[in-house]
Design a binder for this molecule. Structure first.
Ligand code: ADP
Ligand code: TRP
Length: 341
């Protein structure tokens, strides 16, 4: 990654479910590490979630719960500008301007829209069946999120790289047309090192993901956490037999999740599995202990943030104020450049 000094890192978090262990390892921890080096802005992309969530209470709940999870996991709202997208109306105004310099063909090739079309065609339906304009325009709104904050780098998962490249393209089109009056900074996507290796497996051994309904949510009560850990699949190798730790889901979760302070436990568990004599049941006990030790203090902070009237709302209101200050500066430049009054 390029030299972070004085550079802006921004990412959006779509509130479509409860935060799970995979999100912590693959997104939250790496983003918190980047926040130590960059000038960072992280936000809850609730209007992106509106393309699929049609229940006001549910969208409100997920927005709060995802924000509370990031704060509980250690996001420092003094250091990072932390806000909710729908609190920053400037983004949506810019989104319109950007849509006027974006080729429709570019949107036709965006992967989420293309996947929906391909599914429809395969099912013999109208290609655009069930596709709303929010899904179609999704990448333009995302470009507005990014460009309005004068972002240098955008940490994202692989699946979002195309959208960041689109944001760079769209900035280029705008600069080509209006660059003598206002110039957008060209953002770059980065896939942050999780430091943990591959994707975290879920309760069925596939990638842990909301879409597979196989997640371990971060902030379960202790007894529920224990129950879910018991459900992680293992094979029928007997207790005494030597085992390959790296092909077992509970060990992979342990290895990827364990904080530095539990490195010895991981190394010792690996040795014992390889030597034979440690059964899957005992491995799951070890995993539960490591998870619970790390998550218990976070869970307490999470629950405090989730109380009605907690400081969560103030934190987000302060974040929105900072974000709007920044966004309105850029938006006035854009308005002037295109000839809006
Ligand atoms: P989900 O697959 O549960 O819907 P998202 O697509 O919302 O999760 O992912 C949000 C972030 O969390 C992305 O940066 C993604 O790379 C990361 N992430 C999600 N699941 C995992 C996983 N199983 N292992 C590692 N990182 C993950
Ligand atoms: N589209 C992203 C996702 O589905 C979320 C997002 C919205 C985002 N706006 C963004 C990510 C801007 C990075 C930058 O995960």
């Amino acid at each position: 990654m390029s030299d972070p000094a004085g550079k802006v890192s921004l990412t959006g978090i779509k509130p479509t479910g409860e935060v799970h262990l995979g999100n912590l390892v693959g997104a939250i921890r790496p983003a918190l590490r980047l926040a130590e080096q960059y000038d960072s802005l992280y936000f809850i992309a609730d209007y992106h979630a509106l393309t699929t969530i049609r229940d006001a209470d549910l969208l409100r709940h997920y927005s709060r719960s995802v924000a509370a999870s990031w704060l509980a996991a250690g996001l420092d709202p003094e250091r990072t500008t932390f806000y909710v997208q729908s609190d920053v109306p400037e983004i949506f105004e810019l989104s319109w301007v950007l849509s006027c310099v974006t080729g429709k063909g570019l949107m036709n090739r965006a992967h989420a829209y293309k996947a929906a079309r391909d599914r429809n065609v395969a099912a013999g339906d109208d290609p655009d069946a069930g596709v709303n304009m929010g899904l179609y325009n999704y990448p333009v709104l995302m470009a507005a999120d990014i460009l309005i904050m004068e972002t240098d780098v955008v940490p994202v998962g692989k699946d979002q790289m195309q959208h960041v490249e689109y944001a760079a393209d769209i900035a280029g089109s705008f600069n080509h047309l209006f660059g003598d009056k206002y110039t957008f900074k060209i953002p770059k996507g980065v896939i942050p090192e999780s430091g943990a290796g591959d994707v975290l497996p879920g309760l069925d051994g596939r990638k842990m993901s909301k879409s597979y309904d196989n997640t371990i949510p971060l902030f379960l009560p202790e007894n529920k956490l224990k129950k879910l850990v018991r459900r992680i699949p293992t094979d029928s190798t007997p207790v005494e037999a030597p085992k390959d730790p790296d092909s077992s889901a509970p060990f992979q979760i342990l290895r990827q999740f364990a904080p530095e302070s539990a490195a010895d436990v991981v190394a010792d568990t690996r040795k014992r599995l390889e030597a034979g004599g440690m059964g899957w049941g005992e491995l799951k006990n070890v995993l539960f202990e490591v998870l619970n030790t790390e998550l218990a203090p976070m869970r307490e902070r999470y629950e405090a943030y989730m109380e009605p009237g907690s400081e969560l709302d103030e934190v987000l209101a302060r974040g929105a104020e900072r974000a709007r200050e920044r966004a309105s500066r850029v938006l006035s430049g854009v308005r002037r450049a295109v000839g809006a009054r």
